[in-house]
Design a protein around this ligand. Structure first.
Ligand code: ZN
Ligand code: ZN
Length: 281
């Protein structure tokens, strides 16, 4: 009877995993010199609020349990978990990057994940604990370990994560991870003024926010977000391997709001993210 209950308990997770496998999209990539390919999934690629095709920010590397941000797409994390421990790194506390922390309660209660560290700067962690998990909003604090992000943080696969401060209302952090033979940068909720060029120099993959299309520069500056032209120019100048634009304004219309072919004239290895996009790198 107990084993039957156990099977029933795992069925929903198994069903989600199948659903996820059916809809996954594989974007071609190249293997690295150490011969091992790492998979990265953009679980949510929208900014501010979800729409019919995009949930808000979350990027995951399942095999090492590394997760960037916890927006509304964080509900997809339990079906992707492959490790007993996870590290969740927050760029800042805005709700489109943290609301999903509430979705992990059942996973932690069931023990599907044994430990979950949440990293961020002090004001981000305080905002999450004091406001998101206040009695009035979400009264049960999941069993997270909140840790002030150190200057360099060891992550799975012999990686080392570093961060920079970014121009955004209230501030935000941009991240870079270097592993032997590969590297990645994730910069979201930032106004791209080119100042991060050295930080992202020659990363294999740069995931960068692009909330607005060209023509909205003034609005982008005011709100601490980016338009595509400065981002693709920075990617070219930094010599990155490929650029993925994410955190799209949910009200953008049309299939090609950034005129991708024009962006590829500046930096050919540019793509626009979609939810559940997978990258091998
Ligand atoms: Zn955001
Ligand atoms: Zn923000």
């Amino acid at each position: 009877m107990n084993s039957l209950r156990g099977i029933v308990a795992v069925l929903p997770a198994f069903r989600f995993r199948l659903m996820y496998l059916r809809i996954k999209i594989v974007l071609g990539g190249s293997s690295k010199t150490d011969g091992r390919i790492m998979k990265l999934i953009l679980l949510g690629t929208g900014g501010y609020h979800p729409n019919n095709v995009r949930h808000t920010a979350c990027v995951m590397i399942p095999e090492i349990g590394l997760i960037f941000d916890a927006g509304s797409s964080f509900f997809r994390v339990p079906a992707c978990v492959q490790t007993e421990d996870v590290q969740i790194v927050l760029s800042h506390a805005h709700l489109d990057h943290t609301c999903g922390l509430t979705f992990f309660l059942p996973t932690l209660l069931r023990g599907d994940v044994k430990s979950a560290q949440v990293y961020g700067d002090d004001k981000t962690l305080n905002a999450v604990r004091e406001h998101l998990f206040s009695d009035e909003i979400f009264p049960i604090l999941p069993d997270y370990q909140f840790v002030t992000i150190p200057e360099s943080l060891p992550v799975g696969g012999e990686g080392l994560l570093t961060h920079i401060s970014q121009p955004h209302p209230g501030g935000s952090l941009g991240f870079r991870v270097d592993w032997p033979g590969r590297s990645l940068a994730y910069l979201t909720d930032t106004h791209c003024d080119g100042s991060a060029v050295e930080f992202v120099r020659e990363v294999d993959v740069l995931i960068h926010e692009c909330n607005f299309p060209d023509g909205y520069e003034e609005f982008a500056q005011k709100t601490g977000h980016s338009t595509p032209s400065p981002v693709v120019k920075m990617a070219r100048e930094a010599g990155v391997g490929r650029l993925i634009l994410t955190h799209l304004d949910p009200t953008l219309e049309g299939d090609d709001p950034f005129y991708l072919s024009a962006m590829r004239d500046i930096f050919p290895q540019t793509d626009v993210a979609t939810d559940l996009l997978e990258l091998d790198f």
